[in-house]
Design a protein around this ligand. Structure first.
Ligand SMILES: Cc1cc2nc3c(=O)[nH]c(=O)nc-3n(C[C@H](O)[C@H](O)[C@H](O)COP(=O)(O)OP(=O)(O)OC[C@H]3O[C@@H](n4cnc5c(N)ncnc54)[C@H](O)[C@@H]3O)c2cc1C
Length: 336
């Protein structure tokens, strides 16, 4: 089978990255309108466990590129392996996550396949002659929608959390085993260490996010915000400086170079509201901002704003959240 849409799955060796399912949702939506087939490429070494999970998904075929040379991630090897595999299946549309892996390999892949790359997309919609893709421009201050033709091969990378997730049919796809073509050139990059991502906490799935920014001042001042997230039954998110300083891991970063989130409630604590941050959270259903600067841009998009010191307001919110949870428990209700 030669599917028109090919998705490059991401994983950490034992678990699939949830973005793979976002990509499958986008791929399925396009395939159903264009009457195309969707394939997924799982590459790595000893990926059998991952294939079992993929067998209960909405794709038509799984290509398993299982080879010892893919055990450790190396962008040169991965680009060559994926490009050579895809030359045989000749998809019209290749979908990757706009993740570290996707960002690194999508350019090389497009070059090798003589395809066009549309990176950092938020949405893709089929049209009779091709697709409409929406991407942030000017550092996320604006969104642009471009019409692209589906004649040649297009490579599209999509932001995490961008897909309109819905129930998809399980197709029990066949698995086709592949191996890396032996003529692969030697890698020019030597990988000396690797940190496997953990998908334990996916902030794009949380209903409530407590997001912290540079206003918290120092890492030792994080605990009250973690407590608040826990007391409210939500997760912790962050602006980029918090991640750059290593106070929280990169999977907590919201924004242009982080993830896009749309929780029911987004509580921004000590975040100024730069265009790059807002690009990743502006579609949250309810935005509440706490900032001591009344002219902070975050107040322009917040539904409720509190001008004040986060270190005075957050402890009061924790107490109230805990009192409310106690009241709910005593009355036998659930916490909301
Ligand atoms: C290409 C590119 C991509 C980027 N991608 C991202 C991205 O994905 N995500 C992202 O977040 N940023 C991103 N940035 C960085 C972005 O431009 C901003 O620098 C960043 O968002 C600022 O983070 P911040 O709001 O936490 O910090 P600041 O802008 O420093 O704001 C801190 C805020 O805290 C307030 N504050 C201080 N103390 C207190 C207190 N005690 N109580 C209440 N309020 C207080 C201050 O008034 C201030 O408004 C990107 C930049 C570039 C160039």
């Amino acid at each position: 089978m030669e599917p028109e849409i090919l998705i490059v799955a991401e994983h950490n060796g034992s678990e699939l990255d949830p973005i793979t399912f976002d990509l499958i949702a986008w791929g399925s939506q396009i395939a159903s309108e264009k009457n195309w087939k969707v394939g997924v490429l799982v590459l790595g070494f000893q990926v059998n466990g991952l294939l079992e999970t993929m067998r209960r998904s909405a794709v038509d075929v799984i290509f398993a590129l299982d080879d010892p040379v893919l055990q450790d991630y190396n962008s040169c090897v991965y680009v060559q392996a994926v490009a050579r595999t895809l030359m045989k299946t000749a998809p019209r549309l290749i979908l990757l996550g706009h993740t570290y892996l996707g960002i690194e390999i999508s350019g090389g892949l497009a070059a090798k396949l003589d395809a066009t790359l549309w990176s950092n997309c938020l949405a893709i919609k089929p049209t009779p002659g091709g697709f409409l893709v929406t991407r942030p421009v000017s550092g996320g201050a604006f969104l642009s929608t471009l019409e692209i033709e589906s004649g040649a091969c297009n490579v599209i990378s999509l932001q995490r959390g961008s897909s309109p997730l819905k129930e998809l049919p399980i197709k029990f796809p066949e698995v086709i085993g592949l191996s890396v073509p032996p003529e692969s050139d030697p890698a020019r990059i030597k990988v000396t260490g690797e940190t496997k991502p953990s998908f334990a906490e996916d902030i794009t799935k949380a209903d409530l996010l407590v997001a912290v920014g540079r206003g918290i001042g120092q890492q030792s001042r994080l605990p009250p915000f973690l407590d608040l997230a826990q007391a409210l039954g939500g997760a912790i998110a962050a602006s980029r400086p918090i991640v750059d300083m290593g106070w929280l891991s990169v999977d907590h970063q919201v924004g242009l170079s982080g993830v896009t989130v749309r929780p029911k409630v987004y509580l921004a604590c000590g975040i100024s509201g730069s265009a790059q941050h807002v690009a990743g959270m502006r579609d949250s259903r309810l935005i509440i901002a706490i900032n001591e600067d009344p002219s902070a841009p975050i107040f322009q998009i917040a539904h409720y704003g509190i001008v004040g010191d986060i270190f005075e307001i957050v402890p009061a919110l924790i107490n109230e959240a805990r009192r409310s949870a106690d009241r709910q428990e005593k009355s036998g209700g659930t916490t909301n």
